[in-house]
Design a protein. Structure first.
Length: 84
């Protein structure tokens, strides 16, 4: 389990245990930052929302086509040792 992963019922921002799950349907498709729409598919995300502070995480279940789209069309963020 990754630190701050709200799928396990704990908010990574405030530490609270008031995490609720719903669904978020993307209306515009997934695109690279600052560009036009890349895909017409409307992915459905599991949305995890902390009722105490409003922190939200979105998780999508990937199929092979969506994984390929992400790898070829979006900007990769290399892992870093720390956020600061």
């Amino acid at each position: 389990m990754a630190n701050g992963d709200m799928r396990y019922g704990r908010c990574g921002a405030c530490g609270g245990g008031e995490v609720y799950r719903g669904e978020y349907v993307a209306q515009a498709g997934l695109r690279r930052s600052g560009t036009s729409k890349l895909g017409a598919k409307q992915p459905v995300f599991d949305a995890y929302v902390c009722a105490a502070c409003g922190n939200t995480q979105l998780h999508v279940q990937l199929d092979a086509k969506m994984s390929s789209h992400i790898r070829h069309q979006l900007d990769w963020i290399p892992p870093q040792q720390s956020m600061g």
